[in-house]
Design a protein. Structure first.
Length: 478
């Protein structure tokens, strides 16, 4: 099922459920009110008993005696008492209800006297005596309401205590109520069907509006996939979910575009940096091939140059491998290590590589969290950078305190224009372009610092020279 179809189904289902619930509630309330009105009218009826025949001879109307009962639940009566009827075996009585003002059906009434005699309704229809009626006659309950079918007519029947221990059963047809409820059911059914149609149309409209941003996103994704171009963007509409999705997609494309540009720049810069040592090595090898009669001293000098260039090339390739690793894979599991001891070992190696440069070390014991190999590489790069810029005989000052390594040289310092770019890959200041190096050493220092939650700062030192500070988080065990 497509996304749009799901929206249509959900919208139509929700609206249909709401309309159906409203229809059911409406029907139940109206039914309760209509039947409640019938029950109330039954309770207000005042039936009467009329003598219609004496000595078995019809009179054509009421003769001699008429007793009107109070409404059900009332006990006072005027005239003859129900308990004294019938007066004789040769007298015939019937129970009647007063006619309605508009000529509608008044219903029928049946009276059961305290002695068990039954006075039937004027219509001749009889009402059954149920268990509920017997409970009313015995006084166990004040009244009982039920539905009955009398001569094929659905009626509502009230059984109540009458005066002098008699029991009244009053029935009123529910024809009007049933007709009204029948019409109401059809009306509500039609409203429900209309609501389903409207809900479906509403769902289609909503699905189109909701799917429009997704359609643009899909089209842009397909275009990016087909062309490989990451500069495409989607114009967000509003701050709703599709708008935020479009903004997130644009941010993702921007990050991918920047990452690809950085990769291309890395490849271009690496190609440029590799070209120089490879060209020099090739030239020296060709010189060795042609100059078979070269003096031993000169041949040794050329071989030493080739060896040095190969070492520079090896360092450059190692730096490129480190920088080319994804950030999460570049982070080796951290361990607790003594930073002062690690810096001391790095200074000893730097002294062997640069015997002409004095080092002044002041290290306080501290425990940090990081990878020993990678932190040692970062500290070594800081020392190599300081050695490169230090004038002959000038010391490189190194200090360790509270997880921070500070390396200061006494060279020309860092120009203001170069400060923001010191840790960029392959960036070399104008003054450094004649010096050895690839411009990757400080970039690796920054990568190591950020990988373990630290930082590195480059600044001009008071009195001249440059000062670089590498900070690493202290170990929780310290």
């Amino acid at each position: 099922m497509t996304f749009r179809r799901r929206i249509v189904v959900l919208a139509a289902g929700a609206v249909t459920a709401a309309i159906a619930l409203a229809a059911i509630v409406t029907y139940v309330v109206v039914r309760h009110e209509l039947r409640g009105g019938v029950d109330a009218s039954l309770r207000e009826q005042r039936p009467r008993v009329v003598l219609i025949s004496r000595n078995g001879k019809g009179t054509g109307g009421a003769v001699g005696q008429s007793v009107t009962a109070p409404a059900p639940g009332q006990q006072s009566v005027s005239g003859e008492k129900f308990g004294q009827l019938p007066a004789g075996a040769d007298e015939v009585f019937e129970a009647q209800l007063p006619a309605t003002s508009l000529g509608g059906s008044p219903g029928l009434v049946q009276v059961t006297l305290s002695n068990g005699d039954v006075i039937p309704s004027a219509s001749g229809a009889s009402l059954p005596t149920t268990a509920a009626v017997r409970e009313v006659a015995s006084g166990k309950r004040p009244e009982a309401l039920r539905d009955e079918t009398v001569r094929g007519v659905h009626a509502r029947v009230l059984a109540a205590r009458g005066p002098d221990g008699s029991t009244l059963q009053i029935a009123k047809p529910l024809t009007d109520v049933d007709d009204t409820l029948g019409r109401l059911r059809w009306i509500l059914f039609g409203v429900t069907l209309g609501g389903v149609g409207l809900a479906s149309g509403f769902g289609v409209a909503v699905s189109r509006a909701a799917a429009r941003p997704l359609g643009r996103l899909t089209a842009t994704t397909e275009q990016v996939t087909a062309t490989g171009e990451l500069h495409h963007r989607i114009e967000p509409e509003g701050d709703d979910e599709p708008g935020r999705l479009a903004a997130s997609f644009n941010a993702m494309l921007g990050a991918l575009d920047a990452s690809r540009d950085a990769q291309r720049q890395l490849v271009a810069d690496a190609s440029h940096e590799l070209r120089t040592p490879l060209t020099s090595i090739r030239a020296n090898v060709e010189l060795l091939e042609r100059a078979r009669g070269m003096e031993p001293g000169e041949r040794a000098q050329v071989l030493a140059s080739v060896r040095g260039q190969l070492e520079d090339l090896t360092i450059l390739v190692g730096d490129l491998v480190d920088l080319a690793r994804p950030g999460d894979r570049a982070v080796e599991p951290p361990e607790d290590l003594r930073l002062d001891e690690l810096v001391h070992d790095a200074v000893q190696r730097a002294r062997r590589h640069a015997p002409a440069t004095p080092f002044a070390l002041n290290a306080d014991a501290c425990l940090v969290s990081g990878s020993r190999a990678r932190v040692a590489r970062a500290v070594g790069n800081l020392l190599d950078n300081a050695v490169k810029w230090s004038p002959p005989g000038k010391p490189v000052e190194v200090s360790v305190n509270a997880g921070e390594v500070t390396v200061r040289d006494h060279g020309p310092g860092i120009a203001e224009d170069d400060l923001p770019h010191v840790f960029d890959r392959f960036y070399r200041a104008r003054a450094a372009r004649g010096l050895p190096g690839s411009g990757l050493g400080l970039a690796i220092v920054k990568q190591v610092a950020e990988a373990y939650g630290g930082s590195v700062i480059a600044e001009s030192a008071p009195g001249g020279g440059a000062r670089l500070r590498l900070s690493l988080p202290l170990s929780q065990s310290s």
